[in-house]
Design a protein around this ligand. Structure first.
Ligand SMILES: CC(C)(COP(=O)(O)OP(=O)(O)OC[C@H]1O[C@@H](n2cnc3c(N)ncnc32)[C@H](O)[C@@H]1OP(=O)(O)O)[C@@H](O)C(=O)NCCC(=O)NCCS
Length: 181
């Protein structure tokens, strides 16, 4: 599924194709150490152009199948973040998971809030979702503050939920619910 870029006041949400792999690779390499505490362990192959291409192709197939939407957050030149809606489940659930990151250079300036708001608005308006779920490690205070700003509410606490930076970590579970659909 391909859609036109979504403009926000300072950014653009774009769908990247395999040919755009250098943009993704640069984002990942520039932010490698900064993102590491909050992500699964990555081996060096993860940052190769081949794996970036494969990931973008895989994302494209998932989007085509209606199973996710994967947005690159871009400024005029570079990819500066990502906002991913994955694991879309239909039927009685109509839900998905939200994952995100913003470049170290862009942190603390409201860019993530701006991009996530646009992504969420798109998903509620065009994907017909009822629930968007987002989960974070308790120590990730920036992620907690972002989700609160976006209107997500705490729903629970999952022990040993995801293997982050090599360790099974508890997560706070939150969700944003569309009241009318
Ligand atoms: C989690 C993460 C995305 C949060 O990003 P962020 O930049 O803190 O989030 P926001 O875009 O909401 O910015 C909020 C900050 O910008 C400020 N700000 C400035 N202008 C703003 C605006 N127009 N709107 C909102 N906030 C604004 C806020 O006051 C706040 O400042 P503070 O950091 O001093 O409290 C970021 O820290 C990150 O990418 N971390 C690494 C990856 C990660 O943890 N991912 C999530 C895993 S669960």
């Amino acid at each position: 599924m391909l859609i036109a870029p979504i403009d926000t006041p300072r950014l653009q949400l774009r769908i990247l194709l395999p040919e755009h792999a250098p943009l993704l690779q640069q984002y990942l390499l520039r932010n490698r150490e900064y993102l590491a505490p909050w992500e699964p362990l990555r081996d060096s192959a993860f940052f190769s152009i081949e794996q970036c291409q494969e990931r973008l192709l895989s994302n494209f197939k998932l989007m085509h199948a209606g199973l996710g939407m994967f947005f690159a957050i871009c400024d005029t030149e570079d990819m500066v973040g990502m906002c991913n809606f994955s694991n879309i489940v239909r039927g009685a659930f109509q839900a998905c998971h939200l994952g995100y990151s913003i470049a170290k250079t862009h942190q603390g300036q409201g860019f993530m809030s701006e991009a996530a708001t646009a992504g969420i608005d798109y998903m509620f308006a065009h994907a017909g979702l009822h629930r968007i779920m987002a989960n974070y490690v308790p120590e990730n205070t920036r992620s907690a503050a972002l989700l609160q700003r976006l209107g997500f509410e705490r729903e629970g606490y999952a022990k040993s939920y995801l293997k982050i930076n090599g360790v099974w970590r508890d997560h706070v579970l939150t969700a944003l619910i569309h009241p009318q659909q």
